[in-house]
Design a protein around this ligand. Structure first.
Ligand SMILES: Cc1ncc(COP(=O)(O)O)c(C=O)c1O
Length: 299
């Protein structure tokens, strides 16, 4: 929807993104080369982070868009939203912030940071399911953009089903056609729980628990593919969400958010803090995959 608001013809046709962005995102921007876009891919030295200064240096007066993740999916590295956004704005470029891996676990003030666009889905740390996604567009920018992909929900008189588009001025302007009603219902409980617990509390818990994990992993000589400094690290690809135990009410369930369980894809629990005060670390197949955050060293 965002991309359908722009033309990718020179002279302002550059898209600056880093090499650690999620594949679907990269593919989407690569496909725009056929429409005239020029991609500038900023490299990483360590596969964990991309230096902020390097990102900013790559942005120039030919740059139209700077899509970047708040948290890099591979390493859980938190990127400097304020600095990259300010760098883009100095050159007259727009940022598209991907919050897939931060929404629900990391406080974010899109207004304060003046991001132009923020996108995300409820699939991960918002504890929803597939099919529900969200888009934020800076309010003062909204009315100047004409999304080519808008559908009947974006029309001023949606149920008149008129032949010509008459775009609304508000955020509904960016809607498509028929909404995914079941997906929206599936998204609600997770959002309610997160609002109740509070993102700041989830973040504090995450820092505490991932710091413990880092300590335990280092004791065992495991390699950590995430920043070691908690301020730069969102998670070790662990989530603090109510575990299935909470739902079934078994003995771990009484303090669901205290059970640091579950990689987002839920293959295996890798750490469980038990309520006798001990910590159990289980070797988990999820983390043998070398592209993820925590892997045992050696063969
Ligand atoms: C950073 C990031 N952006 C976007 C997406 C959404 O991609 P897709 O809709 O192809 O699953 C994901 C999904 O995992 C992601 O990790």
């Amino acid at each position: 929807m965002v991309l359908s608001c722009f033309d990718f013809r020179p002279p302002r046709n550059r898209i600056v993104l880093n090499e650690l962005e999620f594949p679907s995102v990269r593919y989407l921007y690569q496909a725009l080369r056929d429409s005239g876009a020029e991609l500038v891919v900023v490299p990483s030295d360590d596969g964990i982070r991309v230096p902020t200064e390097r990102m900013i240096e790559a942005i120039d007066e030919r740059t139209l868009l700077v899509p970047f993740s708040h948290v890099l999916y591979r390493s859980a590295c938190i990127q400097d939203v304020a600095a990259i956004t300010a760098g883009a704005h100095r050159m007259g470029a727009y940022v598209v912030l991907d919050t897939y891996h931060s929404a629900g676990v990391l406080p974010l003030d899109v207004h304060g940071l003046a991001v132009d666009f923020a996108v995300g889905g409820v699939l991960k740390w918002l504890c929803g399911g597939p099919g529900a996604a969200f888009l934020y567009v800076r309010p003062d920018l909204r009315a100047h953009l004409k999304p080519r992909l808008a559908g009947w929900q974006a029309h001023r008189r949606p149920f008149a089903f008129e032949g010509e588009m008459d775009l609304r001025e508000d955020a509904w302007r960016f809607l498509t056609g028929t909404p995914q009603v079941p997906a929206l219902y599936a998204a609600r409980p997770g959002l309610e729980i997160i609002n109740k617990v509070g993102v700041a509390n989830i973040r504090a818990k995450s820092v505490r628990q991932t710091s413990l994990l880092v300590e335990l992993a280092r004791e065992r000589g495991w390699r950590i593919n995430s920043p070691l400094d908690a301020a730069e690290r969102r998670e070790l690809r662990f989530a603090y969400r109510p575990s299935p135990a909470a739902v079934t009410g078994n003995r771990l369930g009484h303090e669901a958010l205290d059970v640091g369980v579950l990689f987002s894809h839920a293959q295996n629990a890798a750490i469980a803090e038990n309520h006798e005060g001990g910590v159990a670390v289980a070797r988990s197949t999820a983390y043998i995959e070398p592209s993820f955050a925590l892997v045992p060293a050696g063969p």
